[in-house]
Design a protein around this ligand. Structure first.
Ligand SMILES: [Zn+2]
Length: 319
């Protein structure tokens, strides 16, 4: 069913490209991160992803969108397609394709753990599971969510008490809104980069409660959220303390690599135990791996799971 063609996933039976890396006539886009959401003549996505794309990629005038809500199946030829939540960022979807040759699920980027701003992940049973495995090594075990949040809040409060500005670097779509919700839950005033604010507006329009950003000078201090790489000089009148929010925080070298004071393992991807748990829940006959670590294939095989890294032209032997 799923094949890899020209460095992208493709469903030949229904002529549908999946998170294609370049423009196609018809492409399914699992979520609005730039490496998945390319411009196509016709984009198939959730309404939330379409709304996020419209704000993020304003210059794209040539894409038409065909949107499908979660768990509202539709048909292409002999096949039934269903989108359901991936829990990665708002609107992020997994794709179920059902037909004569069984049930196939493509996870896209996903996580199992709960979040404050993305829809709760669902797992559906499938014969073939096409799964991302970004954190497919055993060292990637993220601490419990409550612990990470408590540490983030502790860092922010301590900095503010010391008269400093805590600056959190987080992807402008998804992670930054999580950071807004976490800091807002403790009543910490926040300022955000304009790219973050733009996306937060879409979240609010989709019904996600997010705290409002501070506009003037916040009495008693505030925390700031910026996209990674936006290391514009901070306001000179106060010292800053910087932190990166990323699953790669598990790596000891992460703090030095990112050049920040602290890292927190707040991730929007599944960690290693969650990848294995997903396979348990989906109970596939075959696991095809994409977007991640080839060595995860070998780990799964050692566990007796029929797994393969999806390579170019490696048409699935089942079909
Ligand atoms: Zn993503």
């Amino acid at each position: 069913m799923f094949a890899k063609r020209e460095a992208s996933l493709y469903l030949p039976a229904i002529d549908l490209w999946v998170d294609a890396s370049r423009r196609r006539e018809r492409g399914y886009v699992s979520h609005a991160h730039a490496d998945h959401a390319r411009e196509h003549d016709l984009v198939l996505s959730t309404p939330e992803t379409a709304a996020l794309c419209a704000v993020r990629f304003r210059s794209r005038k040539r894409s038409a969108f065909e949107t499908h809500r979660f768990n509202e199946p539709w048909e292409i030829g002999e096949y039934r397609l269903t989108l359901f939540p991936a829990g990665h960022v708002l609107g992020s979807a997994q794709l179920l394709v059902e037909g004569a040759n069984g049930r196939h699920v493509y996870t896209g980027d996903f996580k199992l753990a709960a979040s404050r701003t993305a829809e709760a992940t669902e797992c559906k049973s499938a014969d073939v599971l096409v799964m991302e495995c970004t954190f497919g090594s055993p060292q990637y075990v993220f601490p419990p969510r409550e612990q990470i949040e408590a540490e983030i809040l502790g860092f922010a409060k301590a900095a503010i008490e010391d008269g400093a500005i805590p600056i959190f670097y987080a992807y402008s779509l998804g992670k930054a809104q999580e950071a807004m919700a976490i800091l807002g839950s403790a009543g910490i005033p926040i300022r955000v980069h304009s790219a973050v604010a733009k996306i937060a507006e879409v979240y609010r329009a989709c019904g996600v409660a997010l705290p409002l950003e501070e506009q003037g000078e916040a009495e008693g201090g505030y925390a700031e959220i910026r996209p990674p790489g936006r290391t514009n000089a901070p306001p000179a009148h106060r010292p800053t303390r910087t932190a990166m929010l990323t699953g790669w925080a598990i790596d000891r070298s992460a703090r030095y690599r990112y050049g920040v004071d602290r890292t927190f393992a707040l991730s929007d991807h599944a960690d290693y135990p969650s990848l294995l748990r997903t396979i348990e829940l989906v109970r596939p006959r075959k696991v095809l791996l994409v977007h991640g670590r080839d060595d995860f294939t070998h780990r799964l095989r050692r566990l007796g799971i029929d797994a393969e890294y999806l390579e170019e032209h490696a048409q699935l032997s089942l079909f």
